[in-house]
Design a protein around this ligand. Structure first.
Ligand SMILES: [Zn+2]
Length: 270
């Protein structure tokens, strides 16, 4: 599943190509994505120029010249790829946007959990239901400490709750908690200030490293220009159950927390 670093990688790859381009045609071949592609989608996008491209949590957010926003969420298997005009259509190419330079921006999604919409700028917070972005300066130890008070849920579940912290998924939360030396099952409400400091620091470090390497290449992740990511080569605990911890050699353990596999070193993480 694309996580924040993958989305950020797509944004950084596409921004220089897309900003300033005008949409000349929109073809919706499949409306049955998450929430359905609105019947107004194509008409709202056609003729508009993209004036900016950014990210909020796991949403790509393109600013349009009429002030509206074009949202893309990649769901589980979504890919947004820019290609030459004469590229052959693939199965699961659900939405194809033709740009004024002749190139195509194609949304492909085998499992169709992704979402495409054009919304009013004022609706962004409501539409994305997103908490603080972990790369935003407002994600601080003091803020994390505040949102963990009184919470009986695990620290892992809290970090994966998109309404609290937007964009962190299973892989990176496992890696972040290893980096911070904290077990994923630890109750959020008992974290100390120093623990929150370590989590915030680890979050920035792990995400920055993943973005530098172009995101993760698990499943069939590709960036906006069709290149695979490389971060999977560097996972230290994720999907490494039974293999030795790179720091202390203790076998990595796994357990299920809120329905997702968690991986941790029983010695390095307390
Ligand atoms: Zn260890």
């Amino acid at each position: 599943m694309p996580e924040l670093p993958e989305v950020e990688t797509v944004v950084r790859g596409l921004a220089p190509e897309l900003v300033g381009r005008r949409v000349v045609a929109v073809e919706v071949r499949e409306r049955r994505l998450r929430g359905g592609v609105a019947t107004t989608f194509a008409a709202r996008l056609r003729g508009r120029t993209v004036t900016g491209l950014g990210r909020r949590g796991k949403y790509l957010v393109a600013t349009l010249d009429d002030g509206r926003l074009w949202l893309v969420h990649l769901g589980m298997t979504g890919r947004l790829t820019l290609s030459a005009a004469d590229v052959a259509a693939e199965v699961h190419d659900h939405v194809v946007v033709r740009l004024d330079d002749g190139r195509l921006l194609t949304y492909n999604d085998a499992r169709r959990f992704g979402r495409l919409a054009v919304i009013a700028a004022s609706a962004l917070a409501a539409e994305t239901a997103a908490g603080v972005d972990p790369l935003d300066p407002e994600f601080t130890a003091a803020m994390l400490f505040a949102i963990t008070r009184g919470r009986r849920t695990s620290v892992k579940a809290l970090l994966m709750d998109q309404r609290r912290v937007a964009g962190l998924g299973n892989i990176y939360v496992n890696e972040i908690l290893f980096d911070a030396g904290i077990r994923p099952g630890r109750r959020a409400g008992v974290l100390r200030s120093a623990d929150c400091e370590r989590i915030v620091h680890a979050t920035r470090a792990v995400l920055a490293a993943a973005i530098r390497r172009g995101g993760s290449s698990i499943s069939d992740y590709r960036d906006g220009l069709g290149r695979p990511g490389w971060f999977q080569l560097r996972h230290r605990v994720y999907d490494r159950a039974g293999r030795p911890c790179g720091t202390c050699g203790t076998p990595i353990r796994t357990r299920v927390i809120v329905g997702r596999s968690s991986f941790y070193c029983p010695r390095c993480q307390v």
